[in-house]
Design a binder for this molecule. Structure first.
Ligand code: ADP
Length: 260
């Protein structure tokens, strides 16, 4: 069904918006942790949220997924206001802490999470070897997850996020504990997925991940302080590298605070 104009947040060009966050504020108790955050993510993009620990990335991701209702402002995913239970199956989520059953094998974990998403036996039969291959776990499917290394658990979590072939993937720190070769393999797969029209939002501290994303959104103290392609962000801060741009952005914001 075509989106009506009524569904569109004010002002933005949201023709191919998959995620629209419009003037969202969130607080825990009296502490406001997201201040008037707005952003749009378009179909087929890889967008990286980057910012220091405690800057509000996870709270923002939770708001996008509908795990937290916005205290003010609005979140829309695939044209639907969040929170919305119907969209749970449309978002593949990889949390920062691997939520895995350590007494079960990797195969049993994949089957369990796929079944929760109402996948049939046939669908699981096709999807499990595919996603296990992508993350380099095809030979480890029968190993108990309790015996996995940290990196293997991250990879299994990523496979679970992809199991139902969702249109949107939200990946919280996806490459932590993953070696460079496999990181490259995962990026190849992420690119293949966006080539098919999937949309990916990730949070990261890893500069290589930021550099490879189509667009960066820098979060600091719960605010969206800079946004653009990696090259544009580097130019905006007249910095030699992306890392320098982040440091410059942080200093700029500290100065802004002390001038208020
Ligand atoms: P990030 O993902 O960037 O590390 P978070 O969104 O986890 O940031 O946290 C933003 C701020 O909100 C931090 O100051 C954190 O301590 C606080 N916070 C996060 N979750 C909760 C919670 N459930 N209750 C209270 N404070 C929280």
């Amino acid at each position: 069904m075509p989106q009506s104009d009524n569904n569109r947040p004010g002002g933005d060009n949201t023709d191919d918006a998959v995620v629209s966050v419009s003037h969202v504020c969130q607080s825990y108790g009296k502490t406001e942790v997201l201040h008037d955050v707005s952003l749009t993510i378009r179909r087929g993009e890889i967008v990286a949220l980057i910012g220091p620990s405690g800057s509000g990335k996870t709270t923002l991701v939770s708001s996008i997924m509908g795990m937290l209702a916005p205290q003010s402002g609005a979140v829309q995913v695939l044209g639907e206001h969040m929170p919305n239970r119907r969209l749970l199956g449309g978002i593949g989520y990889m949390a920062q802490n691997d939520a895995l059953y350590t007494d079960l094998t990797a195969l049993e974990n994949l089957r369990f999470f796929g079944t929760v998403l109402s996948m049939s036996k046939q669908q699981l039969h096709a999807a499990i070897p595919q996603v296990a291959g992508v993350v380099g776990l095809a030979k480890d499917l029968h190993t108990k997850v309790g015996n996995f290394s940290g990196g293997m658990k991250r990879r299994l979590s990523l496979a679970i996020a992809m199991i139902s072939n969702p249109p949107i993937l939200i990946l919280d720190e996806p490459t932590v504990g993953i070696d460079p070769e496999l990181r490259r393999q995962i990026w190849t797969e992420l690119r293949r997925l966006t080539g098919e029209g999937k949309t990916i939002l990730l949070t990261t501290h890893v500069m290589e991940d930021a550099q490879q994303s189509d667009r960066l959104i820098m979060i600091r103290d719960g605010m969206n302080i800079a946004e653009g392609t990696p090259d544009a962000v580097v130019r905006q801060f007249s910095a030699p590298t992306l890392e320098d741009a982040f440091i410059a952005a942080g200093k700029g914001q500290d100065a802004h605070h002390s001038n208020r």
